[in-house]
Design a binder for this molecule. Structure first.
Ligand code: SAH
Length: 198
C-alpha cells in the first residue's frame, strides 16, 4: 500500500463522513421545537450499550482522523478493492438516508416518542421495512469503517448495530400502543431491518 493511496482513503473517509454528518445534523435541526405527546423514557440496557458503542466509535474515528499513530496498530491488510467498495456502499447509504428522512418527515426523532399529530408511515422504504433508517445508519457506519481498514473501528461499528435489536422492540411497543391494530397488521407484511423475502 503506497502512502499516496492511504492518503486518498483518508480524504475519502473524511469527505463521506462529513456529508453524512451534514445530512443528519440538517434533519435533526428540522426536529427542533416539535412537541412530544408520549415518550419512551425507560432507560434500557440497550441504550446504555448503544451510547458506549457510539462513544467508542466516535473516539476511534476522531483518533483515526487527527492522530492515527494510536489506532495504527489496529490497521488490517484489507485489499484496496474492499476499501473502495466500502466507500461506494457508504455513498449509497447516505443517499438512502436522505430518502428515508424525506419519507419519515416530521415523524423523525432521535428519541423514541410519539409527536403531536404523529402519523404512521407505511410508504416508500417503510412499505417493506419497519426500521429502514436504522438499517441505513448501520450500513453506513459499517461500510465507512471498511474504508479505514481499521479493525477497532470495524468492531465498534458492529457493536453499534447490535443494540438496535432491543431498541426496535421498545420502539415497536410504543408504536403498537399508539396505533394498535394498524401497526400489528403493518408488522405482518414487513421485515424489521430487511425486506421479507417470503
Ligand atoms: N425506527 C425507524 C424510525 C427512526 S426515527 C427507522 O429506523 O426507520 C425514530 C422515531 O420514528 C420514533 O420516535 C418513532 O416513534 C418513529 N417511527 C418509527 N417507525 C415509524 C413509522 N412507521 N411511522 C411513523 N413513525 C415511526
Amino acid at each position: 500500500m503506497s502512502m499516496d493511496e492511504e492518503l486518498v482513503f483518508r480524504i475519502l473517509f473524511i469527505s463521506i463522513y462529513a456529508v453524512f454528518a451534514g445530512v443528519r445534523i440538517y434533519y435533526r435541526s428540522q426536529n427542533i421545537g416539535r412537541t412530544s405527546e408520549k415518550e419512551y423514557t425507560q432507560k434500557t440496557k440497550a441504550i446504555t450499550v448503544l451510547i458506549v458503542a457510539i462513544l467508542g466509535y466516535f473516539l476511534t474515528v476522531g483518533l483515526w482522523i487527527v492522530f492515527p499513530p494510536i489506532v495504527l496498530i489496529f490497521q488490517i491488510p484489507l485489499p484496496s478493492v474492499i476499501r473502495w467498495f466500502g466507500g461506494g456502499i457508504a455513498l449509497i447509504a447516505t443517499a438512502l438516508t436522505v430518502w428515508i428522512h424525506r419519507i419519515l418527515g416530521k415523524q423523525y426523532s432521535a428519541k423514541l416518542e410519539i409527536q403531536k399529530g404523529h402519523e404512521l408511515i407505511t410508504v416508500g422504504p417503510y412499505s417493506k421495512i419497519r426500521h429502514p433508517m436504522y438499517s441505513s445508519l448501520n450500513l453506513f457506519s459499517l461500510s465507512v469503517s471498511l474504508i479505514s481498514a481499521n479493525l477497532l473501528l470495524i468492531l465498534f461499528a458492529i457493536s453499534v448495530a447490535i443494540p438496535f435489536h432491543w431498541i426496535t422492540r421498545a420502539e415497536e411497543e410504543l408504536l403498537i400502543e399508539q396505533f394498535g391494530e394498524e401497526y400489528l397488521e403493518y408488522m405482518q407484511t414487513t421485515g424489521r431491518f430487511f425486506p421479507r423475502l417470503w
